[in-house]
Design a binder for this molecule. Structure first.
Ligand SMILES: [Zn+2]
Length: 497
């Protein structure tokens, strides 16, 4: 018997569907991990009737429940669990499309200061720390990042895992899937790599370099073990060489061949300030280089892209290639702010990412959502307007799902995965904001954790707790691992008081 959950009389349900519907006072019924219905009260409806919204029939943020309406009698009887939704606003789960979980253990390091050094200097410093990372750091840092994500409304996360050291061996993706199962999040693992040694011009320490063949062999292993392309999947693999300047060309061309054969998607860092090196090395900019390698298309997305030229937007749009925009590192690194409207007009699918914590220090995607919108607003006068806060929410939901190739997540409708989060709109700090539920998140912002996060209809985060784990015990274990593997050995963590 599939379990049912009923959110009853919800203050507002922001669906992010193609009609941008918002329902007020509706009931949301979940069965077996999917949304079964979103039912709106109908005046005069008889007991047991359940009005399922039809296209165009939504009450579209203006309707209010009618006095005497009697709905969801059937749902009430059937539901195993009922939640009074009258103080909550429900949103589709956020989708994170760029991160480096392992970097949550290199946070808050003022001596490795991304803000005040050049990228080359920063890479040189930070990789000295990365080179120590072992499998336990991968596991606990992934738990840390994913806890932050689910507490702030993220239900599906991609991670770009390129930290394969002598100490980790080939275990990182396995350790990350173990962590994802503990948290209950949908996890898309980007199997990254760096193949070019420092002696040939890369920024990588030798302990973190693999051969292309090693990389391909491990991709085949993890695809075979974990990749599930079915609807409601909790585990997928993406082939994700770290960046063109730190890999041989054949790492990319072989990735294209293998990924398309296996039916997995591809990802890399691109146009984040490396074009001068690519021009010197290859005589072409990175996008042209990637295009020539075949590493472009609607199964590919790049992180950042702030260095793309307007004429390159057309190439991206024509080929269906996506961009993951990571607002916080763009600010910390002083990078140009993406002209999102111009890029979207060119047909680029833009999604949202936290990016790794070495250049963010946080895995709070709600924070990235608001920061990203504020950045757009900052240029609105000069650029003739900017996207709305609600459009930023759709970038973090609908566009994220499209980026990952998922048709079962990203918006709320019958048949879709029951991935959503609730904010308590009856708190004092949110007073006088619920009249515009669509624009609230990016415009007003929600500080602190959300009220509840559901993934596949299961409350993975509620009442201040992540379900099924002893959070404080895991945090203590993580702190021990940090001390043993990193902070005890690296000066950047020491004598800071
Ligand atoms: Zn990154």
């Amino acid at each position: 018997m599939e379990k049912t959950l009923l959110l009853k009389g919800v203050k507002a349900i922001v669906t992010c569907d193609a009609e941008d519907r918002v329902y007020r006072g509706a009931d949301l019924l979940v069965r077996g991990g999917r949304i079964e219905s979103i039912a709106v009260p109908q005046a005069g409806a008889g007991a047991g009737d359940c009005a399922v919204p039809q296209a165009g029939a939504g009450i579209a943020d203006t309707g209010v429940p009618q006095a005497g309406a009697d709905i969801a009698g059937r749902s009430e009887v059937a539901a195993d669990e009922v939640i009074d939704g009258s103080r909550y606003i429900v949103y589709p789960g956020l989708v994170n499309t760029h991160h480096h979980f392992f970097q949550t253990f290199v946070r808050n390091l003022i001596r490795v200061d991304f803000v005040n050094v050049t990228l080359a200097e920063w890479l040189d410093e930070i990789y000295r720390i990365f080179a120590h990372i072992d499998g336990d750091v991968i596991y606990y840092s992934s738990l840390t990042a994913m806890a932050d994500l689910v507490k702030h409304g993220c239900t599906t996360a991609f991670d770009h895992q390129y930290c394969f050291t002598t100490a980790t061996g080939k275990t990182p993706i396995d350790r990350q899937f173990a962590a994802a199962r503990e948290i209950g999040i949908r996890y898309h693992a980007g199997r990254g790599t760096n193949t070019l040694p420092r002696s040939e011009g890369s920024t990588m320490p030798d302990e973190m370099v693999e051969s292309t063949q090693e990389f391909l062999d491990d991709c085949a292993r993890v695809i075979g073990l974990y990749h599930n392309p079915d609807p409601l999947s909790y585990a997928q693999i993406v082939m994700a060489p770290c960046q063109p300047i730190n890999c041989y060309r054949d790492t990319f061309t072989e990735t294209v061949r293998m990924a398309r054969e296996a039916g997995v998607r591809m990802h890399t860092h691109l146009c984040e300030g490396e074009n001068d090196i690519m021009l010197e090395r290859w005589g072409k900019r990175t996008l042209a280089w990637a295009e020539e390698a075949g590493f472009i298309g609607d199964d590919v997305w790049y992180a950042h892209g702030w260095d793309l030229l307007p004429e390159e937007y057309a190439v991206m749009g024509r080929t269906g290639t996506g961009v993951s925009h990571c607002p916080t590192p763009a600010i910390l690194g002083g990078s140009p702010i993406l002209p999102m409207q111009q890029m979207q007009r060119a047909g680029i699918n833009i999604s949202l990412g936290c990016d790794g914590s070495a250049t963010n220090d946080s895995s709070n995607l709600l924070d990235a959502l608001r920061t990203g919108w504020l950045m757009q607003a900052w240029h609105s006068k000069a650029r003739g307007g900017c996207i709305s806060p609600y459009e930023m929410l759709k970038i973090a939901t609908v566009n994220g799902a499209k980026t990952l190739g998922r048709t079962d997540i990203g918006y709320l409708a019958p048949g879709m995965a029951a991935d959503f989060f609730l904010i308590d709109a009856d708190t004092l700090e949110l007073t006088a904001t619920a009249h515009d539920a669509k624009n609230l998140l990016a415009r007003t912002g929600v500080t602190g954790p959300v009220a509840m996060t559901f993934i596949g209809g299961k409350a993975v985060y509620a009442d201040g707790k992540i379900a099924g784990i002893d959070e404080r015990a895991l945090a203590a274990e993580g702190a021990e691992v940090l001390a043993r593997v990193l902070s005890g050995k690296c000066a950047a963590y020491q004598n800071l008081d």
